[in-house]
Design a protein around this ligand. Structure first.
Ligand code: ATP
Ligand code: FE
Length: 351
């Protein structure tokens, strides 16, 4: 099957063409410069930029893949969760294309896109344990099928990507914070600032990252009041200390999640990561070592398929199509849409 994917749930406008497990094209137009002056993504600006760019993005993806609309079998689009204006822009674009061509329309959960990425990149068989760790989410999921996810733990407050972004802002490093903190951390001393490792004393797979933010703020203010400002070395040491704290928590909690998963005796134990923070080398290396220790297959998709992209949306749509599912022009955009249906009431979505 050849599927066009469309993604516009946050600040990346993306389109991709995927044929079975081959990514024929994956185009991503970032909006970082549009939001730079505001220190974060402004939903209204994001929605407008998506509406302006989507057509070009789709044209570029089709051209790069060397296909036309006539070669496609379906159109998959992120229908949530995310910033509602952006999601609506993508859904409208996909509906227009579907109405004009008669091609099937398939709404995709953005988080399912991230969670199924290891099947696109490594043809990973179900079931597997997934750590989905991104700008807005952090959760351990047992992935049993394209629509069957069991959440066994996750953050009770902030997501790690959000914490990376806030830390970058506090340290005067550019957005998105993940890559710039990772870069600064390379020349830093992670032992200079002893930061907390929240909830490690609790046996569950739950995590908390909001306290780290406060801790890094205090550590920064301590240096600033002492010296009147931050040197590049201070930035590096603060970044390294922060990254080490996040990495330690993710690895230790992954050890526990794997313990639960392995006790279920899966035939071929596998652990995969996805989401923007899965692009972090310290996180990837730490989890790879953990899986080697526990004799578990480890899958970490390439960086460009960890952060937001439309290839994962095309692929997740393809799995829905193969399962005989599709939507019609009544498809609606959902700002909230938890993957684990049993977790839905807890998250207050009511859907
Ligand atoms: P969600 O998927 O939860 O809706 P999102 O789509 O905004 O949120 P992603 O695009 O999956 O999130 O990830 C973006 C986040 O990943 C940002 O917070 C960014 O700072 C972080 N990130 C990207 N690269 C890295 C990296 N190398 N190290 C750490 N964090 C990173
Ligand atoms: Fe995402």
């Amino acid at each position: 099957l050849t599927i066009l994917g469309i993604e516009s749930s946050c600040d990346d406008t993306a389109a991709a063409v995927v044929r079975d497990c081959d990514v024929l094209a994956s185009v991503v137009y970032g909006q970082t410069s549009l939001h730079a002056a505001f220190g974060g993504v402004v939903p209204e600006i994001a929605a407008r930029a998506h509406a302006e760019k989507l057509d070009h993005c789709v044209e570029d993806a089709l051209a790069e893949a060397g296909v036309t609309l006539a070669d496609l079998d379906g159109i998959a689009v992120t229908a949530g969760p995310g910033l509602i204006g952006g999601v609506l822009s993508g859904v409208m674009c996909a509906k227009g294309l579907s109405a004009a061509t008669g091609l099937p329309l398939i709404g995709v959960n953005h988080l399912a896109g991230h969670a199924l990425t290891p099947r696109l990149t490594d043809q990973l068989a179900y079931p597997y344990l997934m750590l989905l760790v991104s700008g807005g989410h952090c959760q351990f999921l047992i992935v049993e099928g394209h629509d069957t996810f069991q959440r066994i733990g996750g953050t009770i407050d902030d997501a790690p990507g959000e914490a990376f972004d806030k830390t970058a802002r506090l340290l005067g490093l550019p957005q998105p914070g993940g890559p710039s903190v990772e870069k600064a951390a390379k020349t830093g001393d992670a032992r200079r600032f002893p930061l907390p490792r929240p909830l490690l004393n609790q046996p569950s797979c739950d995590m908390s990252f909001s306290g780290l933010k406060t801790a890094i703020l205090r550590a920064r203010d301590g240096v600033v009041s002492e010296k009147g400002g931050l040197t590049a070395q201070d930035q590096a040491d603060l970044s390294a200390s922060f990254q080490a704290a996040i990495t330690d928590v993710l690895i230790e909690k992954s050890r526990r999640a794997l313990g639960i998963y392995l006790a279920m005796k899966p035939e071929m134990p596998a652990f995969a990561i996805a989401g923007g923070v899965a692009a972090n080398t310290a996180v990837r290396d730490g989890l790879m070592a953990l899986c080697a220790e526990l004799d578990t297959d480890f899958v970490a998709p390439p960086l460009r398929l960890c952060t937001d992209n439309a290839a994962m949306i095309a692929y997740a749509g393809m799995e829905r199509m193969i399962a005989g599912e599709q939507d019609d022009l009544t498809l609606s955009a959902r700002p909230r849409w938890p993957l684990d249906r049993r977790a839905a009431p807890m998250l207050g979505s009511g859907k």
